[in-house]
Design a protein around this ligand. Structure first.
Ligand SMILES: NC(=O)c1ccc[n+]([C@@H]2O[C@H](COP(=O)([O-])OP(=O)(O)OC[C@H]3O[C@@H](n4cnc5c(N)ncnc54)[C@H](O)[C@@H]3O)[C@@H](O)[C@H]2O)c1
Ligand SMILES: [Zn+2]
Length: 373
């Protein structure tokens, strides 16, 4: 029965160019911590957003690194406690937004993220600080999900953490913030959003509301990503990419992701690929096997996107990635034949891999990886 589903989206979405710089009306409480990365602080964006908060007391934590570690979360949480933050603003790509989600909780929950994650047994009980997420990539969709992904340095693994407290109160999506994205980051983060959309669509937990969002997101990305890559200041292309990223985020927030994301974790941790690269490098291969259990649905998608069949869609996606100088073969990322078993094994440890619309076991996953070595 395809039409039994639940849809939960407690986050208020404000989608408006320029809105990030006059966000004072959205903020509750007098004391705010803005969490971002060194680029967003040094380029002045974080301060400009702080200055638009109606004279509130604003502190800044700007040390977030890509694929943030639990240690960074704890350091940022201490900054939030020191500042007495009543509102935590995550400003940046998924890395800063994910950290802000836990930090907003740790203001009113004692201890370290390790108490709640990666073997920790405590439960986050309440979040007293307001949580606002302002994405600067398009992107992870983290502003509309209840997930954070952290690198656990104790185990050397990158693992998602879910909590109902992680739904931001407000997702403030201002595409003008993405105009400064370097071309390579535009490409990789935009294709990450495409993965979110297609993984929501072909997911074994897919549902009609998410299908609609995902289909629109995929079309927007195919129509706009190359323009955003070639012409970073093209406001319409940037706006459409931000819209697509948010739509895709809402879609996969309900379904979760599938094999692409499961396999991305070892590719990021072991081979240093960015999240977007680690996902999109296997995207064409996963598209090729998606007809195994979702033939009718995948053919409908091809019709909607204007492709004759699934192999044509896979080829077009690969060509698009190549046109943006993205790697499409694992050996280009330093993966060797003898690494394949290990990548497959770590990918298979992620439960989401079983949401893929094809049989996922050691044999099939290693075969898929070998096909793109
Ligand atoms: N929570 C979720 O639902 C979710 C979903 C997907 C991915 N993720 C996680 O998000 C992280 C990846 O996030 P990301 O891909 O957005 O990248 P990121 O946050 O790691 O940022 C990547 C780089 O882009 C730079 N950057 C960001 N915005 C910029 C801008 N406007 N102009 C110039 N440079 C800019 C940053 O400074 C950084 O160097 C990963 O850890 C991934 O696992 C989370
Ligand atoms: Zn992703």
């Amino acid at each position: 029965m395809d039409t039994v589903f639940q849809f939960t989206m407690p986050t208020k979405i404000v989608f408006e160019d320029g809105a990030a710089f006059h966000a004072g009306d959205q903020v509750k409480g007098e004391s705010v911590l803005v969490i971002s990365d060194p680029f967003l602080y040094q380029s002045g964006v974080a301060r400009k957003i702080g200055e638009g908060l109606g004279g509130r007391r604003v502190a800044y934590f700007s040390e977030i690194e890509p694929n943030p570690s639990c240690e960074s979360v704890d350091t940022a949480a201490q900054a939030a406690r020191d500042a007495g933050a009543r509102c935590v603003i995550g400003l940046g790509g998924g890395s800063s937004l994910d950290v802000a989600k836990v930090v907003a909780c740790l203001v009113s929950n004692p201890g370290s993220i390790y108490d709640y994650y990666g073997g920790g047994t405590k439960q986050l009980e309440r979040r007293e600080a307001q949580l606002i997420c302002i994405p600067t990539t398009a992107g992870t969709g983290s502003e509309v999900t209840n997930v954070g992904v952290f690198t656990n340095r104790k185990t050397g693994k990158k693992v998602p953490m879910l909590s109902p407290l992680f739904w931001p109160d407000i997702a403030l999506v201002d595409s003008t913030l993405t105009h400064t994205l370097p071309a390579a980051v535009t490409a990789s983060t935009g294709m990450d959003a495409f993965c979110h959309a297609i993984e929501a669509y072909w997911n074994r937990e897919s549902q009609p509301m998410c299908d609609m969002l995902a289909m629109r997101a995929m079309k927007l990305i195919l129509e706009n990503i190359k323009t955003a890559y070639d012409s970073p200041q093209d406001a319409q292309a940037r706006r459409n990419m931000s819209l697509a990223s948010t739509l895709a985020g809402v879609a996969f927030s309900q379904t979760r992701t599938t094999g692409i994301h499961a396999v991305s974790f070892p590719l990021t941790v072991e081979f240093g690929l960015s999240h977007g690269e680690a996902c999109s490098i296997t995207l064409p291969a996963f598209i090729r096997i998606s007809e195994e259990k979702k033939q009718k649905k995948m053919r409908e998608l091809c019709g909607w996107l204007g492709f004759a069949d699934v192999p044509a869609l896979a080829q077009a996606v690969e060509d698009l990635m190549r046109s943006m100088n993205m790697r499409t073969r694992l050996h280009e990322a330093g993966v060797r034949e003898e690494d394949i078993e290990q990548i497959a094994q770590v990918g298979l440890e992620a439960a989401i891999i079983q949401l893929t619309p094809a049989e996922m076991n050691r044999q099939t996953v290693t075969a898929l990886l070998r096909s793109i070595l």
